[in-house]
Write a protein that binds this ligand. Structure first.
Ligand SMILES: [Zn+2]
Length: 336
C-alpha cells in the first residue's frame, strides 16, 4: 500500500533561493494534483515535531538560531546565499521533520510511504546548506538505528547528499548515492574513494555521474541497488530528488521522468523479494516538469503503468565521451 504524507501547508513552504522559490512551490502543487488524479494512495496527515527532536541531530546553538531568525520580520539567508529564512520558518521546519517522523510511525502499517516535501540531505549539525535548514533524513535514520532496524539509503538527486554522508559515514547503513559530479558542482563532495569508516566501512557508494548524463547511463546505475539483496535491510529510505531532470533550472543531469519511474520500479521489485519498508522523499526539483519525475517515481514504486500517468518512453541518450566516463567511474567503484 502507498501512503503520501500531505498537509496543505506544504504548498507554501520552500527553503530555496528566492529566484527559484516559486518554482519549487509550484512543483509541490502540480505533484499533488497529478498524483491525486493518476495514482491510488492514502493521504497521511503529518504531526508537527517537537523542538527537542531537532537536537537528536542538530546543535543547541543552531536550533536557537533557527528559532531566532524565525522571528525576524524579513527574509534573509541562513547560509552564505542559498537557504532562506523567513518569518515563521521554525514552525515549517518542525512540520517537515514531523512529516518524516509521522511516516516512520505509520510505516508499521503502510509499506511504502512518500514525503513530497522532504529529503533535506545537505543540512549539517550546526548549519543550513543547499536549501536544507534541517536534516530530516538523518533524524529518521538515527531513530531507526535506535530501534535496531537495519537501514539502507538510496539517494538519487542532482546533488551529493553531503550532510547525510558526513553524519552516517561511520554507521552501519548501506548508502547508495547517485548524483552529478565534476569536483566543483554543488556541493563538490562525493568522491568515489569515500567508502565509509568503522561500522560503515565499505557501505558508502558514491556514483558521481558526469554532468550531462542521460536516462541511458542512469539505468546502469540502478545495478548498484542489487547491493540491497546482500545487505537485507528492514528499511530502505529513498531520496528521489527530481532536480536531475533535463529541464531543471540548476542544469546537471539530463534525466526524464522515465528514470524516476525506473528507480521506483527497481526499488519495488527488490522490496517484493526482501519485504522491507520504504520511506521516500521528493528531494530537490526546480524545473517546469519536475513534478512528473515525482509522480513517475511513485508510479514505478506502487506498480502503476507508466502510460496511465502519461510518462514518455523517449529516453535521453548520453554523449559517448560522457557515457564512457560514467561507465569507467562505475567500474572503478565496483572494483573498490
Ligand atoms: Zn538537489
Amino acid at each position: 500500500m502507498l501512503g503520501v504524507v500531505w498537509d496543505d501547508r506544504f504548498l507554501n513552504i520552500s527553503f530555496s533561493h528566492p529566484m527559484i522559490r516559486d518554482m519549487s512551490k509550484a512543483r509541490i502543487r502540480k505533484f499533488i494534483e497529478l498524483a491525486r488524479d493518476s495514482l491510488s494512495f492514502v493521504e497521511i496527515k503529518p504531526e508537527q515535531a517537537s523542538e527537542e527532536v531537532l537536537l537528536e541531530v542538530h546543535t543547541r546553538e543552531y536550533v536557537n538560531k533557527l528559532k531566532e531568525v524565525s522571528k525576524v520580520e524579513h527574509m534573509g539567508f541562513l547560509d552564505s546565499g542559498d537557504t532562506v529564512h523567513y518569518p515563521g520558518i521554525f514552525e515549517d521546519v518542525l512540520l517537515v521533520v514531523g512529516s518524516s517522523l509521522t511516516a516512520l510511525e505509520r510505516s508499521k502499517f503502510i509499506d511504502q510511504i512518500y514525503v513530497p516535501l522532504g529529503g533535506f540531505h545537505h543540512a549539517l549539525p550546526n548549519k543550513a546548506m543547499g536549501f536544507c535548514p534541517v536534516n530530516d533524513v538523518v533524524i529518521t535514520v538515527k531513530r531507526l538505528l535506535n530501534n535496531r532496524e537495519r537501514v539502507a539509503l538510496v539517494d538519487v538527486d542532482a546533488h551529493h547528499g553531503n550532510g547525510v554522508q558526513e553524519m552516517l559515514y561511520k554507521e552501519k547503513v548501506l548508502k547508495i548515492n547517485v548524483f552529478a559530479y565534476n569536483g566543483s558542482f554543488f556541493p563538490g563532495t562525493g568522491r568515489l574513494e569515500e567508502r565509509g569508516e568503522g561500522e560503515g566501512k565499505g557501505l558508502n557508494y558514491n556514483i558521481g555521474l558526469p554532468l550531462g548524463s542521460g536516462d541511458d547511463i542512469f539505468e546502469d546505475t540502478l545495478s548498484f541497488l542489487d547491493l540491497l539483496e546482500d545487505f537485507d535491510p528492514s528499511y530502505v529510505l529513498v531520496v528521489a530528488g527530481v532536480d536531475g531532470m533535463i529541464d531543471d533550472n540548476l542544469k546537471s543531469l539530463n534525466l526524464t521522468s522515465w528514470s524516476y519511474y525506473s528507480l521506483g520500479r527497481k526499488v519495488a521489485k527488490i522490496q517484493r523479494n526482501l519485504g522491507f519498508n520504504v520511506i521516500s522523499y521528493g528531494g530537490g526539483g526546480y524545473g517546469e516538469n519536475s513534478y512528473l519525475g515525482m509522480v513517475g517515481f511513485l508510479a514505478g514504486l506502487s506498480g502503476v503503468s507508466s502510460s496511465i500517468v502519461g510518462l514518455k518512453r523517449e529516453k535521453t541518450s548520453t554523449d559517448k565521451d560522457i557515457f564512457d566516463e560514467a561507465r569507467k567511474r562505475m567500474q572503478a567503484l565496483k572494483k573498490s
